[in-house]
Design a protein around this ligand. Structure first.
Ligand SMILES: NC(=O)c1ccc[n+]([C@@H]2O[C@H](COP(=O)([O-])OP(=O)(O)OC[C@H]3O[C@@H](n4cnc5c(N)ncnc54)[C@H](O)[C@@H]3O)[C@@H](O)[C@H]2O)c1
Length: 308
């Protein structure tokens, strides 16, 4: 298939491009940044806000993976207008490009944040049937909810096929250095102090970016059209679990300081990716430990965050 990937030069997008190329698709990266990982495919250096260019580049494509957004929630916090502009505005542009150019499907990179951060009942598992939060606590969440709603509107009103992919928290090769796993690895390697809020028992479901990229590629299957799919890791991993695993993998002790719990700190709930398994046959190939070993060993070997 001919596939345009917006944001294909970034962390997750570059891994999606790798899997699509491995599967024999003809890929075109559409990004304001040049690809950094040597992908042999067409590249268009352009902004998703350039609707004329996006429409032109979408002509003849079978699918658009719309991955471009402001993914850094701190930058989102600091410049909400521009961040929302490219995140929800960029999504409507991708949908409009698909509508006017007759592209078969738009696949949106969304996030588990749309379920909100209410503690809720920790024993209730979140599925795609769980309603999105009606009181998002971050503009990033609101922008992604808007992006999802635009996908539904474009399907209902104009017949544009779409797939909403709700990602868990990805980690692995090429991750932004300011995210939790590379920060912990760097601090353990340098013997720097790690500050943990509360007792470190708050959990998240991390997903290895290589598993996530395969999940995104699986979403090309026809049965994923006009569906929402959670793509998440299997295990709930606490802050202390990350550190203890890294200590074993890196063979060094972490210097930990436990400080007061942040008020209202989200403890984490379980998000199920059973639908993706049932519908697409996708499930994670790597356990958390295996994925962390691959990543941390490469990192420690001097490849840093930019590793392949
Ligand atoms: N990283 C996470 O924790 C996470 C979790 C859930 C969902 N997501 C979503 O996944 C997607 C990818 O995230 P990521 O972590 O790979 O981020 P990233 O910043 O590494 O990649 C985003 C890419 O989009 C490009 N881009 C940004 N603005 C653009 C514009 N106006 N026009 C064209 N290209 C533009 C960037 O140059 C970059 O290559 C985003 O939509 C993000 O919201 C990320």
């Amino acid at each position: 298939m001919k596939i345009l990937v917006t944001g294909g030069s970034g962390f997750i997008g570059s891994h999606i491009v790798d899997v699509l190329l491995e599967q024999g698709h003809q890929v075109k990266i559409y990004d304001v940044e040049s690809p950094k990982y040597g992908q042999a495919c067409e590249f268009v250096k352009a902004d998703v806000m350039d609707i004329v260019r996006l429409v032109r580049e979408s002509a003849g494509q079978d699918a658009i993976y719309h991955i471009a957004a402001e993914a850094n929630v701190n930058r989102f916090h600091d410049s909400p207008f521009y961040s929302n502009f490219i995140t929800s505005g960029g999504t409507i542009n991708a949908l409009e490009a698909a509508r006017t150019s007759g592209v078969g499907r738009v696949l949106l990179a969304s996030t588990e944040w749309v379920y909100g951060s209410d503690p809720g009942n920790p024993d209730v598992v979140i599925t795609e049937e769980t309603p999105m939060t009606d009181h998002p606590d971050h503009i990033y969440t609101s922008a992604k909810i808007a992006a999802e709603l635009f996908c539904k509107n474009y399907h209902q009103m104009y017949g544009v096929n779409q797939t909403i992919m709700r990602f868990g928290i990805p980690f692995g090769e090429r991750a932004r250095p300011e995210t939790v796993t590379p920060i912990f690895i760097r601090k353990i390697l340098k013997g720097e102090e790690i500050t943990v809020h509360g007792d470190g028992s708050q959990t998240r479901q991390f997903i290895y970016v290589k598993d996530l990229a395969r999940g995104c590629a699986a979403c090309l299957k026809p049965q994923a059209a006009n569906e929402i799919l959670n793509l998440n890791g299997r295990d709930r991993i606490s802050v202390v679990d990350i550190i203890r695993n890294l200590e074993e993998i890196l063979g060094r002790k972490a210097r930990l300081t436990f400080i007061e719990q942040r008020s209202g700190q989200f403890k984490g709930r379980l998000i199920s990716s059973e639908k993706a398994k049932r519908l697409l046959g996708w499930e994670t190939q790597f356990s958390y430990r295996e994925a962390l070993e691959n990543y941390a060993r490469g990192f420690a070997a001097g490849k840093g965050a930019g590793q392949r």
